[in-house]
Design a protein around this ligand. Structure first.
Ligand SMILES: [Zn+2]
Length: 279
């Protein structure tokens, strides 16, 4: 199958995806920050993520680390509780909803692999069992001492923080591991940590990639290791690769060789692709 940019014509999309409607091979949605940008969630890798502690300004890549948490746990929690408030104030968009509905239709054939920690896919109705949050979820915490790999929802009534607010005593006393009573940490993969299976579904993601017949990449630009491995494995096994991105990126090049590159916002392209997969 050969592809080209900007093919959102419903008839052509339906023709290109026809062979995947009745296939028994898996369909993977691989998503990144571009999906949530249309919901107003910043990437937090840019200026929105900068954070001042004392007289020093920290970059997101410095704060989102195990090393920073070991040294400044309360300040790192303050940053995450601020970010969580931003994420919770955002609403799922048309792309989140279309993916969630497609996953429900596809059942065991469908899988969502997301780098986003904002939880918007789940809030749009994506089935939790078919959603691999490979970088974690900002609405959850787990034991900082790793007494188990269990993740726990953050208390729903934890007050959100404005930028620069400290964590108050009452909130701090609730950010504890329910199992051992030790300090809890955000359930998020940090820059100085590695993917694994029990927390981030590393092995399951790679296995699903090798068995997929179709991978639809949305709003991510191949900056991290696991998404790249997903696409490489699937392409090597003969899968069709579709890339949806407003910008040129390395995945678009792979998609042109193995399927289709769509240069369009996720909110336009993803519902069209999901409709084509169904019709
Ligand atoms: Zn614990």
């Amino acid at each position: 199958m050969s592809g080209s940019d900007d093919e959102l014509d419903p008839t052509r999309l339906a023709a290109q995806l026809a062979c995947h409607r009745s296939s028994t091979r898996g369909v993977i949605f691989l998503t990144g920050a571009g999906v949530s940008a249309e919901s107003g969630v910043p990437t937090f890798r840019g200026k929105e993520g900068y954070w001042t502690i004392g007289s020093r300004e920290y970059h997101p890549q410095e704060l989102a680390t195990h090393a920073a948490f070991a040294r400044l746990p309360r300040e790192v929690w303050a940053w995450y509780l601020f970010r969580r408030g931003v994420c919770r104030a955002a609403a799922p968009n048309r792309a989140h909803v279309a993916i969630a509905q497609a996953l429900v239709r596809l059942g065991d054939r469908g899988l969502l692999v997301t780098q986003n920690v904002d939880g918007l896919h789940l809030r749009a109705g994506a089935p939790p069992a078919r959603t691999f949050e490979i970088h974690g979820n900002i609405d959850f915490m787990r034991c900082a001492d790793e007494c188990s790999v269990a993740r726990y929802p953050l208390p729903d009534d934890l007050p959100p923080l404005e930028r620069g607010d400290p964590v108050d005593e009452a909130s701090w006393a609730r950010l504890l591991c329910p199992r051992c009573g030790g300090r809890a940490r955000p359930h998020v993969l940090w820059f100085d940590e590695s993917y694994d299976e029990p927390r981030y579904r590393w092995t399951s993601t790679l296995e699903a990639s090798a068995a997929a017949g179709l991978v639809i990449i949305v709003g991510t630009s191949a900056q991290t290791n696991l998404p790249w491995r997903v696409v490489e494995r699937a392409a090597a096994a003969g899968a069709t690769i579709v890339d949806v991105n407003v910008d040129e990126n390395p995945f678009a090049e792979v998609a042109r060789d193995h399927g289709l590159a769509v240069r369009a916002p996720a909110g336009d392209a993803v519902p069209a692709l999901c409709a084509a997969l169904e019709s």
